[in-house]
Design a protein around this ligand. Structure first.
Ligand code: EPS
Length: 388
C-alpha cells in the first residue's frame, strides 16, 4: 500500500490516492468521515475549522461498499476556497490584485523561507499553501482506510493526548483499548485523564490570551498485531523505523519514542529488556512492554506504544522577528488566525499515520490482492506464532 496527497490549504480540495488496498474489503465513506471529523475537533482549534466540514467523497476504487483493488481516490473539499478564488485560482490574475496579496514576510518556524529558497518562489504563498497542516486531513483519509483494514483484521488502534504544555496525564495502560477510545473521544482535549483536563484547557486559554501557542505529546497504542511483522533484514523494512518516519513527518512534530524511549539511556539493560514468557494458551508473551512492542524492527506481539512530540504551532498572534525577502527590512511576523494548540487534532493524525504504516507492512508481508485471503493468512500466522 502507498499513497500520495495533493492540494493547497485554500485551494479547491485535498486529494488522496491510495494504491494496494486488497479487493473485497468493506469500505464506507461514513467510516472515513468519522476519522476526519475527529481530526477537526479539539479544544484550542482556531476559526478555520468553523468554516470546514471535512466530508470525504470517494471518487474511485470502491463499488457498492467494497474495495475493488484499484486505486482509491478520496477527495475532501475546502469550503474556505470560496473566499480565495482569485488568489488561489489556476488562471492568470490581474497584477494589481496579485501585488497587493503577495507574501514576502516569512514566519519563523514555518516552511516559508526555506521553501521559497528551495523552489525559487518570491511569493511565499506558493510555499505556505502546501506546507500548511491542512494537508493532514488528506493523510487522515488515507490512514482511515489503513485503520479500517486493521480493524477488519482484529487490530485496534487509539491515539490520545499525553501532555499539553507540561501538564502530564497519568498512565492508564491497564484500561482496555475500547475504554481508551471512549475516553479520548469524550475529552475536549482528547486525554484519558479527567483530572488534568481542566489544567490542559486553562493552559490553552492562557496561550490564546497571550497570543501564544503551546505544544505537547500524543501517544498511540495498537493492540492485536501478532509477533514478527516488519523485518530485521534491511533498514527500510524495519517497521519501527517506518512508523518513526511517518510520525516525524506530521507537521510540527519534533520527536518520536517507543515504549520507555529516551528513558532507556538512563537505565541498565536488565531494567530495559522485556523477558520472554510462554504459556499454552497465549504462546510467547512478555511480562513488561518497555520496548513498546518492537525488537529488531519487528513487532513482539505486545501492544505497540509510540509517542510523538509536537512543538507549539509557529503561527503566533504574538509577533516574532523576521526579515522581508524583498526589502530585507526586519519586521515582526503576526497573523490573522491560528490554532493556539493543535495537539488534540495531532493525536488523531498520529493515530492515522501509524495505522497506515502497520496496514502497509501487513499487506506487504502476506498475500494481499484479496482481503479474505489476507485475513486467512494473518490468522494462520497468528496460530503459527502461538504454537511456534
Ligand atoms: C494552519 C493554519 C490554519 C489552521 C490550519 C493549519 O489555517 P488558516 O491558515 O486557513 O487559518 O486552521 O489547519 C487546517 C486548515 C486543518 O485542516 O487542520 C497552518 O498554518 O498550518
Amino acid at each position: 500500500m502507498r499513497y500520495l496527497t495533493a492540494g493547497e490549504s485554500h485551494g479547491k480540495q485535498l486529494t488522496t490516492i491510495i494504491e494496494g488496498v486488497p479487493a473485497g474489503m468493506p469500505l464506507l465513506a461514513q467510516d472515513i468521515n468519522e476519522s476526519l471529523h475527529r481530526r477537526q475537533g479539539g479544544y484550542g482549534r482556531g476559526k478555520r475549522m468553523e468554516i470546514e466540514t471535512d466530508d470525504v467523497h470517494i471518487m474511485s476504487g470502491v463499488r457498492h461498499g467494497y474495495t475493488l483493488g484499484s486505486p482509491i481516490t478520496l477527495v475532501v473539499k475546502n469550503d474556505d476556497y470560496k473566499h480565495w478564488t482569485d488568489i488561489m485560482g489556476e488562471e492568470p490574475i490581474d497584477p494589481d490584485t496579485y501585488i497587493r496579496r503577495i507574501v514576502t514576510k516569512p514566519r519563523p518556524g514555518h516552511a516559508d523561507l526555506n521553501g521559497a529558497i528551495k523552489y525559487g518562489h518570491r511569493d511565499m504563498r506558493n510555499v505556505l499553501e502546501r506546507s500548511s497542516a491542512r494537508e493532514t486531513a488528506a493523510r487522515v483519509a488515507a490512514g482511515a482506510v489503513g485503520k479500517i483494514l486493521l480493524n477488519h483484521l482484529g487490530i485496534k488502534i487509539v491515539g490520545y493526548v499525553k501532555e499539553i504544555a507540561g501538564v502530564v496525564a497519568k498512565d492508564f495502560q491497564s484500561l482496555s483499548i475500547d475504554e481508551k477510545i471512549n475516553r479520548s473521544n469524550q475529552s475536549p482535549v482528547r486525554t484519558l485523564d479527567k483530572d488534568v483536563e481542566e489544567d490542559m484547557m486553562s493552559k490553552i486559554d492562557q496561550a490564546k490570551k497571550d497570543g501564544d501557542s503551546i505544544g505537547g505529546v500524543a501517544e498511540v497504542i495498537v493492540e492485536g498485531v501478532p509477533a514478527g511483522i516488519g523485518s530485521y533484514v534491511h533498514y527500510d523494512r524495519k517497521l519501527d523505523g517506518r512508523i518513526a518516519g511517518s510520525v516525524m513527518s506530521i507537521n510540527a512534530f519534533k520527536g518520536v519514542e517507543f515504549g520507555i524511549g529516551f528513558l532507556a539511556a538512563r537505565k541498565n539493560g536488565s531494567e530495559v529488556h522485556d523477558e520472554i514468557m510462554w504459556s499454552k494458551n497465549k504462546g510467547y508473551y512478555r511480562k513488561t512492554n518497555r520496548l513498546g512492542g518492537f525488537e529488531g524492527g519487528m513487532t513482539t506481539g505486545m501492544p505497540i506504544v509510540v509517542k510523538g512530540v509536537m512543538k507549539p504551532i509557529p503561527t503566533l498572534y504574538k509577533p516574532l522577528q523576521s526579515v522581508d525577502i524583498e526589502t530585507k527590512e526586519p519586521f515582526h511576523a503576526s497573523i490573522e488566525r491560528s490554532d493556539a494548540c493543535a495537539v488534540p487534532a495531532a493525536s488523531v493524525v498520529m493515530e492515522h499515520v501509524v495505522a497506515f504504516e502497520i496496514a502497509k507492512a501487513i499487506t506487504e508481508q502476506f498475500s494481499s490482492d484479496q482481503f479474505t485471503i489476507l485475513k486467512r493468512e494473518l490468522d494462520r500466522h497468528r496460530e503459527a506464532s502461538r504454537c511456534f
